[in-house]
Design a protein. Structure first.
Length: 313
């Protein structure tokens, strides 16, 4: 059996930008002295005249992006999630969100899978921060195919978009020939009748593996991929809850304010359902190998499986 292809979604981001940059002259890419890590260097190599390094000045970069968007350009501002969503929050909110400008934010190195860089760089709050901003679209792709499609969709969408990408190489779980990305639409990855697992980002692949483990125990789990956390697909969530009666959310993010909270908002209003949120439980991350951290925080297939078994018990 051939080995599953793995690629980090930050790589997908850089590759997609380079492809789009060759096709669309209005795209401009800004980076904050991290082009090698965010992979915007791929765009720089392809279209050097439309790449600008703003230095370690993320707040200023947000202002530059805002200004460029008022001149008919489509700026992609890029940095680590901790800096793009955290350090520059005020500028993103007031200079981009408030006037609803056409700026795209490419935030890499999100979640605990940043690994050895530790708690200061492992942003577990970015989805919560960004979904709070009125009019901000929030995307968290599950693999390379979805990430590249998301970048293209972000370019085509009029308005501010926050895209979350990871450092860790993760399995490609989608079939490119049959894959279709649609903003605000969830995707059923596996049907099931006993419970619904709603996941986002790298946790989608792990949830599919956890579903296989549950199947061995006679538990038929539905798995849904929510790549767009805002606007969220209310229909697929409500219909799943009606069908299975139990919902588990899984995310590489704090359980406060992220996917789990967004799903709970929908269900509490439209379909009250027994629910469990799996994520990082109101703690900071720590330094360590990415795969080991994902295991320690119970976000790998084994951890998801065990938490769901306890939930069902």
């Amino acid at each position: 059996m051939s080995e599953v292809k793995k690629i980090a979604t930050r790589e997908s981001y850089g590759n997609a930008l380079a492809e789009l940059g060759k096709e669309h002259e209005d795209i401009i890419v800004l980076d904050a002295d991290l082009a090698g890590a965010t992979k915007t260097a791929t765009f720089k190599k392809a279209v050097p005249e439309r790449f600008f390094d703003c230095g370690i000045a993320e707040c200023n970069m947000a202002g530059i992006a805002a200004g460029l968007s008022t001149c008919g350009k489509v700026p992609f501002m890029s940095s680590f999630a901790m800096f793009a969503a955290g350090r520059a929050y005020e500028q993103v909110r007031n200079s981009i969100g408030y006037p609803h400008l056409n700026v795209k934010i490419g935030a890499t190195h999100a979640g605990i899978s940043v690994g050895e860089d530790g708690a200061t760089h492992q942003c577990l709050e970015d989805i919560a921060l960004m979904r709070e901003i009125p009019g901000m679209t929030v995307i968290n792709p599950a693999d390379d195919i979805e990430a590249r499609a998301a970048v293209k969709a972000a370019y085509e969408h009029e308005g501010p978009v926050y895209m979350r990408f990871g450092r860790l190489a993760i399995p490609v779980i989608n079939d490119e020939a049959n894959y279709k990305f649609e903003l605000g639409k969830g995707i059923e990855m596996k049907s099931g009748k006993d419970l619904t697992i709603i996941a986002t980002g790298l946790c989608v692949g792990e949830s599919l593996e956890a579903a296989k483990m549950l199947a061995a125990d006679g538990i038929d789990a539905q798995v849904i991929n929510i790549h767009t956390i805002k606007p969220i697909d209310e229909d697929i969530i409500v219909n799943a809850a009606k069908k299975t009666g139990k919902v588990v959310t899984v995310e590489e993010h704090s359980i406060i304010g992220g996917l789990g909270s967004a799903v709970a908002d929908v269900l509490s209003e439209k379909q009250p359902t027994k629910m469990k949120k799996i994520g990082v439980n109101d703690v900071f991350g720590e330094s360590g190998p990415a795969v080991e951290l994902i295991h320690k925080y119970g976000l790998d297939a084994e951890g998801i499986y065990e938490k769901i078994k306890n939930f069902l018990a």
